[in-house]
Design a binder for this molecule. Structure first.
Ligand code: MG
Length: 154
């Protein structure tokens, strides 16, 4: 058994939706990123890579590489799962914290859990997800960024 821990953050910018856990969520801002800025999937990718002692997502998928420009992060996750599988590992469960002031994710929570389970090949019962606000202070509280932390077991 292995355990891995991942973290990611992206800044808000112009746009009318965000993508979290592979789910398209309408919003009055977007996220600034080389890919789609999906902080949940990026944190999960780094947790998977960390658990299998691989290089991190920034090293494997650099933002200077045009192949990963505007790509859906589910494609990056698929590549990561292949890398992890080549080392003989597969996900057992994942637990995620997403840290944002707006939008509220209550109505999207189960959809994101379902999507994460589909992408990782595990049951929704093995996907934890908590959304936390920044209590109005700091970069999260002032809606400058969204960040996310993930723990996975392989
Ligand atoms: Mg990222």
């Amino acid at each position: 058994m292995r355990i891995g821990h991942g973290y990611d953050v992206h800044r808000f910018g112009d746009g009318d939706f965000i993508t979290l856990g592979g789910v398209h969520i309408p919003h009055n801002r977007g996220l600034v990123a080389h890919s789609d800025g999906d902080v949940i999937l990026h944190a999960v990718c780094d947790a998977l890579l960390g658990a299998s002692a691989c290089a991190d997502i920034g090293t494997l998928f650099p933002d200077t590489d045009p192949r990963w420009k505007d790509v859906e992060s589910s494609r990056i996750l698929a590549e990561v799962l292949t890398t992890v599988a080549e080392r003989g590992w597969k996900p057992k469960n994942v637990d995620v914290v997403v840290h944002l002031e707006r939008p509220r994710l209550t109505e999207y929570r189960d959809q994101i859990r379902h999507q994460l389970g589909e992408l990782l090949g595990i049951s929704i019962d093995s996907v934890g997800l908590k959304a936390k606000t920044g209590e109005g202070v700091g970069p999260v509280g002032e809606s400058l960024v969204i960040d996310s932390m993930a723990v996975v077991q392989l």
